[in-house]
Structure formats: structure tokens, C-alpha cells
Ligand binder design. Structure first.
Ligand code: GLY
Ligand code: MN
Ligand code: MN
Length: 459
């Protein structure tokens, strides 16, 4: 871990975050950073990613440490590097140097944590070694896949209320993640004419993150098979006539994410059928962003997208009936099966380690309707929230084959007409939208999304 100059503004912002936490809870919180997972043998590990809740209050991606937050004070628990680690990893900062960097009030060896656990709440860390340690030390199950209860639940709710809206330091990081991700997408578009397979476009894009000492915020999707929503294969050849669906976002060194999707033609020119569908998705995207304003329900933004997509597909003759009725019957979800977006911050799906606690307002639960069940955010929007807007259109064989046999859905689709759109397997357009006092700021607006500008970038 390299630490640069201690910035007083970082220390100030971290202090403010823990003061705000102290105003919400009256018990101590202990947050573990997590540890590296072995890849194939113990010394060969996957890249370390610190727990986001830890990062929010500690500001540094340190492995194998814990912080105790109590009444606005921060105690750091960390072992000094082993004497022989300098051989392999170079000189590492000592505990007291890290403590000074993050403005800790005290710093102790890890072994002393055991005597500071009384009445402490925590949040489960994803890696098994750490949640096992959390469970053993706290003498209760602390499991990432289980909803927190008792004081752990109170702590989770307090952290959510802080992380739901972003402070000035977070916004600087999020803007950086967005700007570098925009550059990565432009590099991907520019690399497409000469690329033979998807992997070459991915390489051009992820190289931009590496050059900024950043990583991807999630596994990149760079695929000519956009109908596979989480396609993580990169071996397909790029053929003229294909659309490339590219969902790639970067993460800053401090862990803040961007999440962008563009869909562009391998040949540099959309076909007429591709243009028709692309413009429906873009109309939904633009209308949703225009609707965002403090107080607006995010679920209503989703419903706006479903209506525009249903209406557009009726106009093209693909769906049959009245758009509102079709949405009532979830027919739009045959082609747009996911939600309009989600929270974005330190996690690409921010705070989804806590299930729906962050995404769903108190007392709300996921619908079991096909057209609503994948909606990840259902809250009124507030200034400082960052959300994605990502409508799409997909021809997912598993969904459409079932619809063909379904007594209701089979009649709502004009299958013959749909067959003319066989060169549109998947389109998504995704941007990162900050809710402001007056509406929105699109952090990823520097990346064009209209047809002619995208075509120009691909030439
Ligand atoms: N990249 C993940 C998502 O768009 O939700
Ligand atoms: Mn997204
Ligand atoms: Mn995405």
C-alpha cells in the first residue's frame, strides 16, 4: 500500500463522515477491511478489494485491518508489516503512519481488538476468512448472505443514510471514475474497426483504466451477444452487421465506481432495423433522465421507460395492443426484463451487500411481477444520490421461447414482424445521473449516445 501525502481535506472529510455516523448511533461500530482471496495457492491472490463500508470511513484500501468508530473517534487496528515482508513487497508504511494519514485518534495491534468488542455492531465483509473472523470475535453469526439484525441492522441503516447521498469528496472521485470510463469507451469505439474479436476491444478499454492506475468496477461486458445480460466471454469474432454491447466502468484507487453502457455497430453504421430499436431505447433513456428531480419516485422513472419501450414496439408492429395495457401485463418485460437502474457509489450496485435495505425505502418490498421484480431501487430521489439510467432491448431466447408457448404473451407479439429485427440481439444505453437540487447532472454526458455521434466515434 502506497500512501501519498496526507491530505488535510481527506482527513476532514473522514472526520465529518464519522461525526455524522456518531449522530445516528449510540454504540461502537467495528468495520473490517477484508483480506485477499487466494487464487490457486496461498501466495498467489486475487487483487484485493477493501470492503466499501470500511473504505467510506477509512479512505484507504488497506488489507487485514479493522477500525473502531465510537462517538466520532476512530481507532485503527493493524499489525505492522512482518520484518521479512520488505523483501517481497518493499518497505510498507507502519501503523502510526497509516493512522496519521487517515486522522485516526489511536492505533493498536490487531490482537488488541478482542478487548474492544463489547456492544459493538458490524457489517459482514464478503470474503469468508473475514466474516468467519467477525463471527468468531463477536460470538454471533455475521454472514454476508443474511440480513443483519439488532444493532447490526441499526448500524447498516445508519451507514445507508450516509452513503445514499454523496459528499464533496465522493463526488470528486465519482467524477474521476466517470471521466476515465468515458475515455475507455471512446478508446473501445476507436479500436473496433481494426479488432477481429471482442477481446481486442476489451483490451483497448481496460488499458485506459490500467494507465490511470484504476481497475474495472465490475466484470466488463464487451459482446456481440448482448442478449446474454451478463455475458463475460470475449472470444466471439466481430462481423459486419453485428452490434457490440459494451458495459464497462472503472473504479478509482479509493474504490468509487462508474457504470456505462453503449451499443455500437461493428461496421461503424447501424442498419435500419438497428436504428429503429436504438432510437426507442434512447427515447426512454432521455425521457427518464429528464424526469429525474428531487422527490420523484425512482419506480415511476422505471414505469416511464416501460411505457416508452412498449409504445415504441407497438409503433414498430412488434407488440400488439395498447402500450399501457401491455405494461400492465408485463409484455414490455419480454424485451426489457431488468430495472431501469440502481444506486451507484463505492459499489457499482451501491450497498447491495445489504440486500434491498439501501435500494428500497423503509416498508417497501420487491414486487413479484415479472416486469418489476428486477427493479433494484424504489425510493424517492434526493439531491446527492447517484443513479444509473439504463433502458434496453434484448431478444433473450429463453424468454421469447417461453412467450411463444404462453397463452397470453404469444398473442401480444407479432412474431413475423419481430423476425425482421433479427440483427438486434441486445441494445442498452446506460449513463450515471446525479440528482441535484434543480434536476440532474449526467456525470457521463461527455460520451455521446445519439446514432450519428456514435457512428462517427466508431470510424
Ligand atoms: N454493469 C452492471 C449494471 O449495469 O448494472
Ligand atoms: Mn448499471
Ligand atoms: Mn452497467
Amino acid at each position: 500500500m502506497v500512501i501519498n501525502n496526507t491530505s488535510s481535506s481527506l482527513i476532514d472529510i473522514l472526520r465529518q463522515r464519522r461525526q455524522r455516523l456518531a449522530s445516528l448511533i449510540d454504540f461502537p461500530a467495528i468495520l473490517w477491511s477484508g483480506s485477499s482471496n487466494p487464487r490457486n495457492f496461498p501466495a498467489n491472490v486475487f487483487p484485493f478489494r477493501a470492503s466499501s463500508h470500511f473504505l467510506y470511513f477509512a479512505g484507504l484500501p488497506l488489507p487485514n485491518v479493522a477500525i473502531r468508530l465510537d462517538a466520532g473517534k476512530l481507532e485503527l487496528f493493524m499489525d505492522d508489516p512482518q520484518p521479512n515482508s520488505a523483501l517481497w513487497y518493499g518497505e510498507m508504511p507502519q501503523r502510526h503512519e497509516i493512522a496519521a494519514h487517515i486522522g485516526a485518534d489511536d492505533a493498536k495491534p490487531m490482537a488488541e481488538l478482542e478487548s474492544c468488542l463489547e456492544d459493538a455492531a458490524t457489517v459482514a465483509v464478503q470474503d469468508a476468512a473475514t466474516w468467519t473472523q467477525q463471527s468468531q470475535l463477536l460470538n454471533r453469526w455475521v454472514l454476508p448472505q443474511k440480513s443483519p439484525i439488532g444493532i447490526d441492522l441499526e448500524l447498516a441503516k445508519a451507514i445507508i443514510s450516509l452513503r445514499l447521498t454523496h459528499d464533496a469528496d465522493a463526488l470528486v472521485q465519482l467524477q474521476k471514475a466517470a471521466a476515465v470510463s468515458v475515455a475507455a469507451h471512446k478508446a473501445g469505439m476507436a479500436a473496433t474497426p481494426k479488432a477481429k474479436i471482442e477481446a481486442e476491444v476489451r483490451a483497448a478499454m481496460e488499458g485506459v483504466f490500467i494507465a490511470h492506475n484504476m481497475t474495472t468496477a465490475y466484470n466488463s461486458v464487451v459482446t456481440v451477444h448482448g442478449e446474454v445480460l451478463h455475458n463475460e466471454h470475449y472470444h466471439h469474432p466481430l462481423q459486419p452487421g453485428d452490434l457490440l454491447l459494451v458495459d464497462v466502468g472503472g473504479e478509482t484507487e479509493m474504490g468509487w465506481a462508474a457504470d456505462i453502457t453503449r451499443t455500437w455497430p461493428v461496421s461503424g453504421q447501424f442498419s435500419a432495423t438497428q436504428k429503429d430499436i436504438y432510437n426507442i431505447v434512447l427515447a426512454a433513456h432521455d425521457a427518464c433522465i429528464a424526469k429525474i428531480y428531487p422527490g420523484v419516485e425512482y419506480a415511476d422513472v422505471h414505469l416511464l421507460a416501460t411505457n416508452i419501450i412498449a409504445e415504441g414496439l407497438v409503433d414498430l408492429g412488434i407488440l400488439q395492443g395498447n402500450a399501457e395495457d401491455l405494461v400492465e401485463m408485463d409484455a414490455h418485460a419480454l424485451f426489457f426484463p431488468h430495472g431501469i437502474g440502481h444506486l451507484l457509489g463505492l459499489d457499482v450496485h451501491d450497498m447491495e451487500d445489504l440486500g434491498d435495505l439501501a435500494g428500497y425505502d423503509e416498508g417497501r418490498q420487491r414486487s413479484d411481477r415479472f416486469g418489476l421484480s428486477y427493479l433494484r431501487l424504489n425510493r424517492p430521489l434526493r439531491p446527492g444520490m447517484l443513479v444509473t439510467i439504463e433502458p434496453g432491448f434484448y431478444q433473450v431466447p429463453a424468454i421469447l421461447n417461453e412467450a411463444k408457448l404462453h397463452p397470453t404473451y404469444q398473442k401480444l407479439v407479432n412474431w413475423e414482424r419481430l423476425s425482421h429485427f433479427h440483427d438486434v440481439r441486445g441494445i442498452r444505453i446506460e449513463d450515471d445521473v446525479l440528482v441535484t437540487e434543480n434536476g440532474t447532472e449526467v456525470l457521463t454526458a461527455a460520451l455521446p449516445n445519439n446514432i450519428s455521434a456514435v457512428e462517427n466515434l466508431c470510424k
